[in-house]
Each structure stands twice: as C-alpha cells, then as structure tokens.
Write a protein that binds this ligand. Structure first.
Ligand code: ATP
Length: 198
C-alpha cells in the first residue's frame, strides 16, 4: 500500500484537500484527530503523560489539552517529550489502519508530519502552503482562537520553506477554493498515474 503524506501549517488548507481525496474514495487517516482519541483511550499514553505532567493532565478521565498546551508552548524540550510518548502509538495505530484499507494509495493527513518524523514512512509527501497572514485570517474566521495563539502554534511548526524542501509536491493555496480545486485535480491525476503503474 502506498502512503501519501499530506501536511501544511495551521490554516493552510490540508483538511480541505483531505476532504476531496475522501470524496474520490481515497482513504484518509487524520493523524491529529486519531492522536487526540488515543490520548484519551490508550493506556500506555495515559500512564506516561500522567507521569510527565502530573495527575491533573486528566480531569475526570479527559485529557486536559489546554493545560498541556500552556506548558509545552513555552518549552520545546517538553513538547519533544510529549511527542515521543504520543507518536509511536499513533504510528502503530496507523499501521493497523493501513492494513485494513483497499485502495491504490492512502493519505495520511498530519499537521506535524515533518516535525514528528512520520514523513519518513510515506512514499511521497504533499505540502499545502499559504502566506502566514492569509492562514491567520482563515483560522480566525474558522475557530474561536486568538491571533496570538495561532502565532504561537506557527512558531512551533516548521516553516513553509522547510516543508517545501522535503516535499515531492507543493500546492500553493493563496487564492480561492476554485483555484485550489483545480490544483488538487491535477495532483490527483499525477498520483493515480504514479501509483497505478507501479
Ligand atoms: P488546521 O491545521 O488548522 O486544521 P488546515 O490546514 O486543515 O488547518 P483547512 O481547515 O483546510 O486548513 O482550511 C482553513 C480554513 O480556511 C477552513 O475554514 C477552510 O474552509 C478555509 N480555506 C481553505 N482554503 C481556502 C481558500 N483557498 N479560500 C478560502 N478559504 C479557504
């Protein structure tokens, strides 16, 4: 099974593209969503996070994202430790999911595909890039989040320049959704050509 990694910074448009893959019948694994689920359900993760952050990391059995976010945003080493706990379990879960898919290829959507190192397990990586100010405006419109929080997240993610360097395909999403769809259709054709003939 071929694995296409799909990544991009906050508000770049990767979920929009993931949705279009799904509409064409391509299975999509949303790593961010699955990681969130595993943080509430996986006993190994729960035990290790409790050890790292203390009992208050789970309140009534529910992962306290706000508390952890406030701690790791200031502390890159702690963020690294958090990732070291979560990513191996997400990886196992993903492997298991892949085994149950029937398709020419699957898509792994992850905001931190590069940062987590999981791009190495992909056959090919697609990055969606867009100017920071455009991304911030989109996220402010979509979520209840402050501009400062968005900028903090951006600071903890790779830059587009870093992503571009390591990507096989780059989709620029500074224009409207119609333009993005045209670029997606072109990408999809290329992926089919590449993976159907291999
Ligand atoms: P995150 O990592 O924050 O989840 P994302 O990369 O998945 O972000 P999307 O959710 O796809 O990004 O896009 C962010 C928001 O911007 C969404 O509300 C989406 O509908 C909108 N959007 C994406 N691309 C465009 C575009 N070209 N024109 C207008 N709005 C767009």
């Amino acid at each position: 099974m071929k694995i296409v990694g799909l990544t991009g910074g906050i508000g770049s448009g990767k979920s929009t593209i993931a949705k279009w893959f799904l509409e064409l019948g391509i299975p999509v694994y949303n790593a961010d969503l699955e990681a969130k689920k595993l943080m509430n359900e996986n006993e190994k993760i729960i035990a290790e996070l409790t050890e790292l952050f203390g009992e208050e990391v789970y309140q009534n059995g529910i992962y306290n994202r706000k508390l952890v976010s406030s701690k790791v945003f200031q502390d890159k080493e702690l963020l690294h430790q958090l990732n070291q706990i979560v990513h191996p379990e997400v990886f196992k879960h993903f492997q298991n999911w892949v085994e149950n898919q029937a398709s020419d290829f699957v898509v792994k959507e992850a905001a931190i595909l590069f940062e987590s190192g999981s791009y190495k397990d992909c056959d090919l990586v697609v990055s969606v890039v867009a100017d920071e100010e455009i991304r911030i405006k989109r996220v402010l419109k979509r979520d209840e989040i402050s501009e400062e929080q968005i900028r903090q997240r951006i600071n903890n993610q790779w830059t587009d320049t870093q992503r571009i360097e390591k990507s096989d395909f780059v989709i620029e999403n500074n224009s409207n959704l119609e333009d993005l769809k045209i670029k997606f259709d072109q990408l999809y054709k290329k992926l089919l050509k590449r993976f159907r003939s291999s």
